[in-house]
Ligand binder design. Structure first.
Ligand SMILES: Cc1ncc(COP(=O)(O)O)c(C=O)c1O
Length: 396
């Protein structure tokens, strides 16, 4: 029996006692051969599920052609991916990195440098309570949740927060000192909380009024998770900068910051960079992902399956109102609150025992981010398993 976590791996994750050896579609398989229906998808990463043949072939082919050449030079996969992202987003410049936190660091640095170039004193990066923007120090400072800060102070200066979805507070907190307002159109780590349209509209208007940048962090909500390529498309509000990561390469490390000219020109050669950012293999995987998304008309599928999953959670809420709240979220990014004295982490481990992977997120919530290729039968299976667990929980 292989140990779940080797003795030599740093214990910075609260890992579940399970070791996976393979994945197939919407299932993961552990060392004993037990199969699990995966409603986590690597936390909104494996959009096409596990071991998708198009992704695997793209990785193999690229690995046999060119693995790395440094950002001192150009290569085709990054150029083609940037072009494709520009077509999809309408933002015509892309900076590639390796993760969500790095994409947000790039946005923070861009906002500061823009102010510097304009000779302005504005330095403040404003973000929302409950947000999550990453674990490197800049993105961590923007993550307005003291839980993540404890023990790591002093954090970089020039960060401030404003209550999520509070328009009145936004009016006082965006001002001439604001370099950027960074916001997730749907907060993920806080337990799946969508922004209101009015809040994002106010953010756009206030940023314009005060000359601040509006940055949408779509690291978790982007690349089709909500049934549109970007979650912001549900709200009819456009930002100046969008950050992406997680699902883009369906499991390989990549991050991206999308901007337009003339803002893009703020970064001149040497201002920012990354050794591995946008290297050929993740870019090839991302291109395969984007091609398959189109072939499968995945946005339509996500909208249909999202409605089904939401209906299933709604039924579970009706049957067990003392255990879970009504569902919230968009597409296949859904969450429910778990009501005291019940505990989301206990429900997650009960589900795992029964071969269902779900995830707990902030504020005693359950989060559902299955592969976007999930089907109705799998949603029915989740409904049945969760129903059985809630039944047992209610009678304990
Ligand atoms: C909205 C959001 N931004 C940023 C990040 C950080 O991404 P990464 O873990 O790839 O650095 C996450 C990760 O969960 C996220 O959900």
């Amino acid at each position: 029996m292989i140990e779940t976590v080797g003795d030599h791996v740093l214990a910075n994750y609260a890992r579940a006692p399970v070791t996976f050896v393979a994945g197939q579609g919407c299932e993961l398989i552990d060392v004993s051969g037990k199969r699990y229906l995966d409603f986590v998808a690597g936390i909104a990463v494996c959009a096409l599920g596990h071991a998708h043949p198009a992704i695997s072939s793209a990785i193999i082919e690229q690995a046999q052609t060119l693995v790395h050449c440094s950002n001192l030079y150009g290569h085709e996969p990054a150029s083609i991916l940037a072009q494709k992202l520009a077509q999809l987003s309408g933002f015509n410049r892309v900076f590639f990195c390796n993760s969500g936190t790095e994409a947000n660091e790039a946005a923070i640095k861009l906002a500061r440098k823009r102010a510097f170039c304009a000779g302005e004193q504005r330095r403040t990066i404003l973000s929302c309570t409950g947000s999550f923007h990453g674990r490197t120090l800049g993105a961590l400072a923007a993550t307005a949740n003291p839980h993540y800060h404890e023990g790591f102070e002093p954090l970089p200066a020039g960060f401030a927060s404003t209550p999520f979805n509070d328009i009145a507070a936004l009016h006082s907190n965006i001002n001439h000192t604001t370099a950027a307002f960074v916001v997730e159109p749907i907060q993920g780590e806080s337990g799946v909380h969508p922004a209101s349209r009015a809040f994002l509209e106010a953010a756009r208007q206030l940023c314009d009024e005060h000359g601040a940048l509006l940055v949408f962090d779509e690291v978790q909500s982007g690349v089709g998770r909500t049934g549109k390529f970007f979650a912001f498309q549900h709200f009819g509000v456009r930002s100046d900068v969008v950050t992406l990561a997680k699902a883009l390469a369906n499991g390989l490390p990549i991050g991206a910051m999308l901007v337009d000219e003339p803002l893009a020109a703020v970064f001149q050669p040497g201002d920012h960079g990354s050794t591995f950012g946008g290297s050929p293999v993740p870019c090839a995987a991302a291109l395969a992902h984007l091609r398959v998304r189109d072939e499968l008309h995945l946005d339509d599928h996500v909208q249909a399956m999202g409605a089904r999953l939401c209906a299933a959670l709604q039924e579970l809420h009706k049957a067990f109102p003392a255990i879970i709240s009504e569902p919230r979220g968009l597409g296949l990014m859904l969450g429910v609150s778990v009501k005291a004295p019940h505990d989301a982490t206990k429900l997650v481990s009960d589900a795992r025992e029964k071969g269902l992977l779900i995830n707990s997120a902030g504020g005693n919530s359950l989060r559902f981010t299955p592969p976007l290729v999930i089907d109705s039968a799998s949603i029915t299976r989740l409904h049945r398993v969760l129903g059985a667990i809630f039944e047992e929980t209610a009678t304990v």
